[in-house]
Design a protein. Structure first.
Length: 107
């Protein structure tokens, strides 16, 4: 269950990254909505990471949390913000995913 909580925390980190990206082009009421989404996702991400850290080692929790967020941010950037999907970006994201899986297997 703690791993599911940690994964959800990482997904919330991806969500707040998405909201932050949307604030770059939003105005008025829409801008306030994206900032609100950012703050909610940020708070949920921190809370869920803290809950996971109650049972899992922090040396595993933090790298997995940031890794999920980093991978998610790159994927969101490619899918929603027209960022390039170059060979090297995909290669290094793949190595990051393998490292996260390695922490799970060895942890």
């Amino acid at each position: 269950m703690n791993w599911i909580i940690l994964i959800m925390a990482g997904l919330m980190e991806t969500a707040f990254t998405f909201c932050l990206g949307k604030t770059k082009t939003a105005t008025g009421h829409e801008l306030a909505m994206w900032w609100g989404g950012f703050l909610i996702a940020l708070a949920l991400s921190m809370y869920l990471m803290a809950k996971a850290a109650e049972k899992l080692p922090i040396g595993t929790v933090y790298p997995v949390w940031t890794g999920i967020g980093a991978v998610g941010a790159v994927v969101v950037g490619i899918l929603f913000f027209n960022e390039p999907a170059t060979f090297w970006r995909i290669f290094f994201i793949t190595t990051l995913i393998l490292s996260i899986v390695g922490l799970k297997v060895l942890g």
